[in-house]
Design a protein around this ligand. Structure first.
Ligand code: 5GP
Ligand code: MG
Length: 189
Protein backbone atom coordinates (compact mmCIF):
# COMPACT_ATOMS: atom_id res chain seq x y z
CA UNK A 1 0.00 0.00 0.00
CA UNK A 2 1.33 3.42 -0.94
CA UNK A 3 1.59 5.81 1.98
CA UNK A 4 1.05 9.52 1.65
CA UNK A 5 3.32 11.77 3.67
CA UNK A 6 3.69 15.48 3.89
CA UNK A 7 7.35 16.46 3.46
CA UNK A 8 8.92 17.99 6.57
CA UNK A 9 9.25 21.58 5.53
CA UNK A 10 8.99 25.05 6.99
CA UNK A 11 7.27 27.70 4.92
CA UNK A 12 4.87 26.96 2.07
CA UNK A 13 3.30 23.52 2.25
CA UNK A 14 4.44 21.19 -0.50
CA UNK A 15 1.97 19.03 -2.36
CA UNK A 16 1.54 15.55 -1.02
CA UNK A 17 3.98 13.05 -2.36
CA UNK A 18 3.16 9.39 -2.79
CA UNK A 19 6.11 7.46 -1.41
CA UNK A 20 7.48 4.74 -3.68
CA UNK A 21 10.61 3.92 -1.68
CA UNK A 22 11.13 5.02 1.91
CA UNK A 23 14.42 6.33 3.27
CA UNK A 24 14.86 3.01 5.06
CA UNK A 25 14.25 0.94 1.93
CA UNK A 26 16.67 3.13 -0.04
CA UNK A 27 19.36 2.89 2.66
CA UNK A 28 19.30 -0.89 2.71
CA UNK A 29 19.28 -1.22 -1.09
CA UNK A 30 22.11 1.31 -1.45
CA UNK A 31 24.20 -0.56 1.12
CA UNK A 32 23.63 -3.85 -0.74
CA UNK A 33 24.70 -2.24 -4.01
CA UNK A 34 27.86 -0.89 -2.36
CA UNK A 35 28.70 -4.39 -1.14
CA UNK A 36 28.21 -5.80 -4.63
CA UNK A 37 30.39 -3.06 -6.13
CA UNK A 38 33.09 -3.62 -3.47
CA UNK A 39 33.21 -7.34 -4.28
CA UNK A 40 33.33 -6.76 -8.05
CA UNK A 41 36.04 -4.10 -7.89
CA UNK A 42 38.29 -5.65 -5.25
CA UNK A 43 41.91 -4.93 -6.13
CA UNK A 44 40.98 -2.69 -9.06
CA UNK A 45 41.49 0.95 -9.82
CA UNK A 46 37.98 2.32 -9.42
CA UNK A 47 37.00 5.78 -10.57
CA UNK A 48 33.42 6.80 -9.79
CA UNK A 49 31.94 9.42 -12.06
CA UNK A 50 28.64 10.90 -10.91
CA UNK A 51 26.23 12.57 -13.30
CA UNK A 52 25.17 15.87 -11.77
CA UNK A 53 23.00 16.90 -10.27
CA UNK A 54 20.67 13.97 -9.72
CA UNK A 55 23.25 11.42 -8.57
CA UNK A 56 24.70 13.37 -5.65
CA UNK A 57 22.70 11.79 -2.84
CA UNK A 58 22.89 8.24 -4.16
CA UNK A 59 26.64 8.55 -4.76
CA UNK A 60 27.21 10.20 -1.39
CA UNK A 61 25.38 7.50 0.53
CA UNK A 62 26.68 4.59 -1.53
CA UNK A 63 30.38 5.43 -1.11
CA UNK A 64 30.06 5.35 2.68
CA UNK A 65 29.55 1.61 2.45
CA UNK A 66 32.33 0.83 -0.03
CA UNK A 67 35.13 -1.46 1.07
CA UNK A 68 37.41 -0.49 -1.83
CA UNK A 69 39.29 2.77 -2.35
CA UNK A 70 37.84 5.06 -5.01
CA UNK A 71 38.40 8.36 -6.70
CA UNK A 72 35.37 10.50 -7.39
CA UNK A 73 34.63 12.93 -10.18
CA UNK A 74 31.56 14.44 -11.81
CA UNK A 75 30.23 15.41 -15.19
CA UNK A 76 27.03 17.06 -16.27
CA UNK A 77 24.92 16.40 -19.35
CA UNK A 78 21.56 17.63 -20.54
CA UNK A 79 19.18 17.20 -23.42
CA UNK A 80 18.85 19.98 -25.95
CA UNK A 81 15.88 22.29 -25.32
CA UNK A 82 14.82 20.16 -22.39
CA UNK A 83 13.61 17.47 -24.75
CA UNK A 84 14.69 13.97 -23.72
CA UNK A 85 12.90 12.29 -26.63
CA UNK A 86 15.29 13.26 -29.44
CA UNK A 87 18.51 11.82 -28.08
CA UNK A 88 20.35 15.12 -28.55
CA UNK A 89 22.55 15.26 -25.46
CA UNK A 90 25.21 17.83 -24.68
CA UNK A 91 28.05 17.90 -22.18
CA UNK A 92 27.61 20.83 -19.76
CA UNK A 93 30.83 20.17 -17.96
CA UNK A 94 33.41 17.48 -18.10
CA UNK A 95 35.19 15.42 -15.47
CA UNK A 96 38.86 16.26 -14.91
CA UNK A 97 40.45 12.99 -13.80
CA UNK A 98 42.65 11.14 -16.29
CA UNK A 99 40.48 8.12 -17.13
CA UNK A 100 43.13 6.37 -19.22
CA UNK A 101 43.37 2.74 -18.13
CA UNK A 102 40.88 3.23 -15.29
CA UNK A 103 37.92 1.09 -14.33
CA UNK A 104 35.13 3.63 -14.33
CA UNK A 105 31.74 3.27 -12.73
CA UNK A 106 29.33 5.88 -14.06
CA UNK A 107 26.63 6.71 -11.51
CA UNK A 108 23.29 8.37 -12.23
CA UNK A 109 19.98 8.79 -10.47
CA UNK A 110 17.76 7.22 -13.12
CA UNK A 111 17.94 5.65 -16.55
CA UNK A 112 14.90 6.69 -18.53
CA UNK A 113 15.25 6.90 -22.34
CA UNK A 114 18.91 5.97 -21.90
CA UNK A 115 20.21 8.78 -24.08
CA UNK A 116 22.10 10.62 -21.31
CA UNK A 117 23.94 7.59 -20.00
CA UNK A 118 24.66 6.22 -23.49
CA UNK A 119 26.24 9.58 -24.33
CA UNK A 120 28.21 9.83 -21.07
CA UNK A 121 29.42 6.23 -21.30
CA UNK A 122 30.68 6.73 -24.87
CA UNK A 123 32.37 9.96 -23.81
CA UNK A 124 34.28 8.19 -21.01
CA UNK A 125 35.27 5.31 -23.30
CA UNK A 126 36.69 7.88 -25.72
CA UNK A 127 38.90 9.08 -22.87
CA UNK A 128 40.51 5.61 -22.99
CA UNK A 129 39.05 4.15 -19.81
CA UNK A 130 39.77 0.45 -19.37
CA UNK A 131 36.15 -0.32 -18.55
CA UNK A 132 33.01 1.73 -18.08
CA UNK A 133 30.10 0.20 -16.18
CA UNK A 134 26.89 1.98 -15.25
CA UNK A 135 25.09 2.09 -11.91
CA UNK A 136 21.73 3.76 -11.33
CA UNK A 137 19.45 4.05 -8.37
CA UNK A 138 16.35 3.79 -10.55
CA UNK A 139 15.47 2.18 -13.86
CA UNK A 140 12.34 3.09 -15.83
CA UNK A 141 12.51 0.34 -18.47
CA UNK A 142 9.23 1.18 -20.19
CA UNK A 143 10.69 4.43 -21.49
CA UNK A 144 13.96 3.10 -22.91
CA UNK A 145 14.83 4.30 -26.43
CA UNK A 146 18.49 3.37 -26.60
CA UNK A 147 20.27 0.37 -25.15
CA UNK A 148 22.60 1.13 -22.24
CA UNK A 149 24.24 -1.72 -20.40
CA UNK A 150 23.34 -1.08 -16.74
CA UNK A 151 25.28 -3.24 -14.34
CA UNK A 152 23.90 -2.02 -11.00
CA UNK A 153 20.28 -1.01 -10.44
CA UNK A 154 18.68 -0.05 -7.15
CA UNK A 155 15.00 -0.25 -8.02
CA UNK A 156 12.83 -0.55 -11.10
CA UNK A 157 10.13 2.11 -11.32
CA UNK A 158 6.93 2.39 -13.34
CA UNK A 159 6.54 5.04 -16.03
CA UNK A 160 5.80 7.88 -13.61
CA UNK A 161 7.69 11.04 -12.79
CA UNK A 162 9.58 10.51 -9.55
CA UNK A 163 11.26 12.99 -7.22
CA UNK A 164 13.36 13.00 -4.08
CA UNK A 165 16.68 11.56 -2.99
CA UNK A 166 18.47 13.77 -5.54
CA UNK A 167 15.79 13.80 -8.23
CA UNK A 168 14.07 17.09 -8.94
CA UNK A 169 11.03 18.65 -10.43
CA UNK A 170 12.09 22.11 -11.68
CA UNK A 171 15.04 21.97 -9.25
CA UNK A 172 12.82 21.24 -6.25
CA UNK A 173 12.33 18.14 -4.09
CA UNK A 174 15.93 16.91 -4.38
CA UNK A 175 16.28 17.06 -0.61
CA UNK A 176 13.48 14.60 0.17
CA UNK A 177 14.95 11.55 1.96
CA UNK A 178 12.59 9.23 0.09
CA UNK A 179 11.55 8.68 -3.53
CA UNK A 180 8.02 9.57 -4.43
CA UNK A 181 5.61 10.47 -7.18
CA UNK A 182 4.31 14.01 -7.44
CA UNK A 183 0.71 14.59 -8.35
CA UNK A 184 1.68 17.13 -11.03
CA UNK A 185 -1.88 18.33 -11.56
CA UNK A 186 -1.82 19.64 -8.00
CA UNK A 187 1.25 21.83 -8.33
CA UNK A 188 0.64 23.55 -11.65
CA UNK A 189 3.41 24.98 -13.89
P1 5GP B 1 17.42 9.74 -19.98
O1 5GP B 1 16.04 9.92 -20.60
O2 5GP B 1 18.47 10.35 -20.85
O3 5GP B 1 17.69 8.29 -19.64
O4 5GP B 1 17.40 10.51 -18.62
C1 5GP B 1 17.69 11.88 -18.59
C2 5GP B 1 17.51 12.48 -17.24
O5 5GP B 1 16.15 12.79 -17.10
C3 5GP B 1 17.83 11.65 -16.01
O6 5GP B 1 19.20 11.63 -15.69
C4 5GP B 1 17.04 12.40 -14.98
O7 5GP B 1 17.79 13.51 -14.52
C5 5GP B 1 15.84 12.86 -15.76
N1 5GP B 1 14.68 11.99 -15.48
C6 5GP B 1 14.21 10.96 -16.19
N2 5GP B 1 13.12 10.43 -15.60
C7 5GP B 1 12.92 11.17 -14.48
C8 5GP B 1 11.95 11.13 -13.43
O8 5GP B 1 11.02 10.31 -13.35
N3 5GP B 1 12.09 12.07 -12.44
C9 5GP B 1 13.08 13.01 -12.44
N4 5GP B 1 13.11 13.86 -11.43
N5 5GP B 1 14.00 13.07 -13.41
C10 5GP B 1 13.91 12.16 -14.42
MG1 MG C 1 20.10 13.33 -14.53
Amino acid sequence: MATIVRPRQKGPVKPQVEVLFSAKQIASRVEALAQEISADYKGRNLLLIGVLKGSFMFLGDMIRHLAVPVEIDFLSVSSYAGDTSTGMVKLNFDFKTDARGRDVLLIDDIVDTGFSLAFARKHILERKARSVEVGVLLDKPQRRKVLVPVRYTGFTVPDRFVVGYGLDYNERYRELPYIGVLPLEKIGP
